[in-house]
Design a protein around this ligand. Structure first.
Ligand code: CDP
Length: 222
């Protein structure tokens, strides 16, 4: 069977960077499932769907055509043929994505797309998100749950934003938004962020990026 590496964890645990680097090193495809929830949210906002209305979101969620390019050297995401990789990282989408991701029909639709990506991946795939090991790929070859102390996560996010020239007041506001989103993702009814029973816990607080990548690559090569 093709290799599936399932990586879950909260925001700021280093998940995206680590997952992509592991995929590149091992020659596997890479899937950022958060980008799919963000793309769905972007489409809802662009089409003026009230994202706080779960019923409205459920009715609309079959409409957008979301396509993820899974090349670890340059992952892409399009909605109805339009490249949305920039706008899905904006504050409007970030503020609303947890509400959209909590709607069961949204999850059912995206989970199906995610499994499809794994099926067509030639050598295997590294998939990252919140429910990879628990729901989407219960039989994954390797499952990893990445954590970091709240402080380490907040500092990482702040450093990323500072590097982009974001001002301190915005950084503080974004830290609060991140805490709110983590709480929402962990407490929702459908597929909450959780560590699978058979996942390996990796705390990245005091590890360098290289150390985390080495550790996960070693688990896959075992
Ligand atoms: O960029 P960041 O790590 O903060 O988040 P992300 O991985 O882009 O995911 C954005 C949001 O999508 C999360 O806050 C979750 O609400 C949702 N998500 C999810 O519900 N299930 C997944 N497998 C991936 C993301």
């Amino acid at each position: 069977a093709p290799v599936v590496v399932a990586i879950d964890g909260p925001s700021g645990s280093g998940k995206s960077t680590v997952s992509r680097a592991v995929a590149a090193r091992l020659g596997l495809s890479f899937l950022d499932t958060g980008a799919m929830y963000r793309a769905m949210t972007w489409w809802m906002l662009a089409n003026e769907v009230d994202v706080e209305d779960a019923e409205a979101v459920a009715v609309a969620c079959g409409k957008p055509v979301i396509v993820s390019g899974t090349d670890a050297d340059g992952p892409t995401i399009t909605v109805d043929g339009q490249d949305v990789s920039g706008p899905i990282r904006g504050p409007e989408v970030t503020a609303k994505v947890s509400a959209v991701a909590a709607v069961p029909s949204v999850r059912a639709r995206l989970v199906e797309l995610q499994r499809g990506c794994a099926e067509v991946a030639e050598r295997g795939i590294v998939a990252e998100g919140r429910d990879m090991g628990t729901v989407v790929f219960p039989d994954a070859t390797v499952k990893v749950f990445l954590t970091a102390s709240e402080r380490a996560r907040a500092e990482r996010r702040a450093a990323e934003l500072r590097a982009k020239g974001v001002d301190e007041a915005t950084i503080t506001a974004m830290a609060a938004d991140l805490a709110r989103r983590d709480a929402a993702d962990s407490s929702r009814e459908t597929a909450p962020l959780a560590q699978a029973a058979d996942a390996v816990l990796v705390d990245t607080s005091d590890l360098t990026l290289e150390q985390v990548i080495d550790r996960i690559a070693a688990l896959v090569e075992e």
